[in-house]
Design a protein around this ligand. Structure first.
Ligand SMILES: Cc1cc2nc3c(=O)[nH]c(=O)nc-3n(C[C@H](O)[C@H](O)[C@H](O)COP(=O)(O)O)c2cc1C
Length: 388
């Protein structure tokens, strides 16, 4: 398989057959995986403003307009040059090790996690790496999984090609068996995100990488730890210490992606996902900030494809929660089930924090045709409340 073919292989990664073949698409991929694409948008904006200033000057435009266009162009150009020097070429002062987050409760910890798109050049300390790898091992043990297929989180220390992050030198690579199994992908999301929360506690910054990974580079670095006949690289997670030096374009992108749908669009009181769940009212209020924990889960392109329906049973005149069913709203085969698994990790971390017992299981016979919000949805898994 040639490298471009490998890049374009399977997954929900690339939009249309036509765009796959276009020269523009290949140029974009090339810039993306050589680490230049994140400087291009701001470079283009700067040149556009400077060109407009020159044209305005030639046409004798209003001086205030000329100077403001020129100043914006010059500032954006200066920021782009600064980014290239400090981030791309790494010419910058060394930064302090971040603090651990031992003082945060689980919900504040979940809110404190944000995807990191620029890492310090220093490697993880031996103790942080040791603790992280121990967590990665523990949370992928067969008795921790919902499904029956094994998954692995392989540690790779190499500057693998990712987009749009920069400076990442250490990764956890999530590997599942090659044959497709949706529950295994849910397990990947749940296990890896439990490790992400653990990393956040240690002060380690993380970034899930799915479509932005050059899978051929990942497979190359895995070497004989990857068997193409048996293994499938699902996604990666970059780990390291967050750097203040972040390209302007990435800062803007982070601002736009750091929003979430309201709880009324995520949690429902019926299996058809039509009736918003009254999360502030008994018996649902017992779960406190667990809803918010799921709401702030990461998802590929911040697509937010997971939904949840509460199932209750009558107890006298009141009702009690029997279970919560988790769905994906799209037919995406890879990243939507992974995102559902991430919700599961945050949900169970929240429930554990509140001392509410429960476990995950797949309810036999669930068709997954209920939650018809945008596209045909898919049932994933349920969290079953246990008696206290
Ligand atoms: C399965 C998955 C794949 C992702 N892939 C990428 C990626 O390729 N590149 C990237 O920079 N971020 C990636 N992300 C991070 C999301 O873009 C990010 O979680 C989302 O924009 C929300 O931002 P937040 O994590 O800061 O809350 C991925 C997240 C998930 C869950």
């Amino acid at each position: 398989m040639t490298r471009p073919e490998q890049l374009l292989r399977d997954h929900d990664r690339f939009p249309t057959e036509k765009s796959r073949r276009s020269l523009l698409w290949h140029t974009k991929l090339r810039l993306q995986f050589t680490g230049w694409l994140q400087y291009l948008p701001t470079g283009i904006v700067a040149i556009a403003f400077l060109a407009a200033a020159v044209v305005g000057w030639l046409l004798g435009a209003w001086p205030a307009l000329f100077w403001s266009t020129l100043s914006i162009g010059a500032l954006v150009l200066a920021a782009t040059v600064f980014d290239v020097i400090t981030v791309k070429y790494g010419v910058r002062p060394s930064e302090a090790l971040p603090q651990r987050n031992d003082d945060l409760d689980i919900f504040d910890l979940i809110r404190a996690r944000r995807s990191c798109h620029s890492f310090q050049s220093r490697a993880l300390t031996a103790s942080d790496r040791g603790e992280l790898l121990h967590a990665a091992y523990e949370h992928t043990r067969p008795n921790r999984l919902i499904g029956t297929h094994p998954i692995r989180l392989e540690y790779v220390a190499a500057p693998m090609r990712i987009w749009p992050g920069s400076g990442a030198q250490e990764f956890l690579v999530a590997i599942a068996p090659r044959h497709y199994d949706r529950l295994t992908l849910i397990d990947v999301g749940r296990s890896l995100h439990t490790v992400v929360l653990y990393a956040t506690r240690l002060g380690i910054a993380t970034c899930w990488i799915g479509p932005g990974a050059d899978h051929s580079s990942v497979i190359e670095h895995l070497g004989d730890r990857f068997d193409p006949d048996r293994d499938h690289v699902v996604c990666l997670c970059a780990v390291g210490y967050r750097s203040w030096f972040t390209p302007l374009f990435v800062r803007v992108m982070e601002r736009f992606t750091h929003h979430r749908l309201p709880l009324s669009a995520l949690f429902f009181a019926d299996p058809h996902c039509q009736l918003p769940l009254a999360v502030q009212v008994a018996p649902f209020a017992t779960f406190g900030r667990c809803y918010e924990a799921c709401q702030w889960s990461p998802s590929s392109y911040n697509a937010q494809t997971t939904r949840c329906a509460a199932i209750t049973a009558p107890v006298g005149t009141a009702s009690k929660v029997v279970r919560f069913d988790f769905y994906t709203t799209t037919t995406s085969r890879f990243y939507a089930p992974v995102a559902l698994g991430i919700w599961c990790a945050n949900w169970e971390a929240g429930c554990r924090g509140l001392g509410i017992p429960g476990h995950f299981a797949v309810i036999p016979g669930e068709s997954g045709d209920h939650c018809d919000i945008t596209e045909r949805p898919h049932y994933g898994v349920s969290w079953i409340a246990e008696r206290r």
